[in-house]
Design a protein around this ligand. Structure first.
Ligand code: C2E
Ligand code: CA
Ligand code: CA
Ligand code: CA
Length: 275
């Protein structure tokens, strides 16, 4: 076998040819995986602290690699973003996610779905086309599908971005800011863009109770502009208690469950909603 440690994608070496660059080879591997439908959505519940119900799910992609087993997104999303494959992968995730939301709605389940949209996918032109197509379906659940976008996707021509976000919300999709509080951009976008939700980054939850002032600041701001708040990466009852007291509306994290395949998600949701 080849020498180890050159880069983090080394585990692909066994399937790499000699001539093409590593990146091209990984690209081929990822494209093959897309064609073979090796990517699959896992789901993690978002729990509402006032109704004590699961209100939605976040779709998180995994790669079921035939040899390597389950590969986590941290291992392939960055390279997908660099190579542009993210547009294809993101498209797959978006279609799978919207179809799942439609299916839940058809079954009468009152549950939303959040889908991660990468910066490159957000700025590409395929996104709007797909959103428009889904919004035109008669069975599309208006207001039930949310796009999670990081602040880094919102840098550039602010007027153009605002227009795009408005077009997306006009089609009946919600917009959440993912990892809120970790970007270093000018906060003024908060009032300029049509937003529905702020997801408070896990790093603030990890450092509770030290971060209570920051979390309260975010919650106050969110209330002012009328958006929902979700705290991410909640692992303990103590954290939930502190977040609830501060007025955070929703929480998501291993405390309830890790992201799991569809059937396990539905099972867990039933159990959580009974308690
Ligand atoms: P993210 O969107 O911030 O997703 C939250 C991540 O935190 C997920 O990791 C989730 O499993 C993890 N997490 C949730 N609760 C807890 C907790 O209580 N403790 C800890 N330690 N972790 C928790 P995951 O699934 O590995 O995804 C990592 C990142 O990969 C995501 O961060 C997102 O940026 C990206 N990603 C995942 N799926 C997709 C996708 O379909 N499209 C795009 N563009 N990016 C995706
Ligand atoms: Ca997310
Ligand atoms: Ca996040
Ligand atoms: Ca993140």
């Amino acid at each position: 076998s080849k020498q180890r440690g050159r880069n983090r994608f080394l585990f692909f070496d066994s399937e790499m040819g000699a001539e093409a660059s590593e990146r091209n080879q990984l690209e081929v591997e990822l494209m093959r995986a897309l064609e073979k439908r090796e990517f699959v959505l896992y789901f993690q519940p978002r729990y509402d602290l006032r109704s004590n119900q699961v209100v939605s799910a976040e779709a998180l992609v995994r790669w079921r690699h035939p040899v390597r087993g389950l590969v986590m997104p941290g291992k392939f999303i960055p390279i997908c973003e660099e190579t542009g494959i993210i547009e294809e992968l993101g498209q797959f995730v978006l279609e799978e996610g919207c179809n799942q939301a439609i299916e839940w709605h058809r079954r009468g389940l009152d549950i939303g779905l959040s889908i991660n949209v990468s910066p490159r996918q957000f700025s590409g032109d395929k996104l709007m086309e797909t959103l428009r197509a889904f919004s035109q379906r008669p069975d599309f659940p208006n207001g039930y599908v949310e796009l999670e976008i990081t602040e880094t996707a919102l840098i550039g021509d602010l007027e153009m971005i605002a227009q795009k976000l408005r077009a997306i919300t006009d089609l009946g999709f919600r917009i959440a800011i993912d990892d809120f509080g970790t970007g270093y951009s000018n906060l003024s976008y908060i009032t300029r863009f049509p937003l529905n939700c702020l997801k408070i980054d896990k790093s603030f939850v990890d450092q509770l109770p030290d971060t209570i002032p920051i979390i309260q600041l975010i919650l106050t701001m969110a209330a002012q502009i009328g958006v929902t708040t979700v705290a991410e990466g909640v692992e303990t009852a103590e954290q939930i208690e502190q977040l609830a007291v501060s007025g955070c509306e929703q929480v998501q994290g291993y405390y309830f469950t890790k992201p799991v395949p569809l059937e396990a998600f539905e099972e867990t949701t039933r159990r959580l909603n009974e308690n």
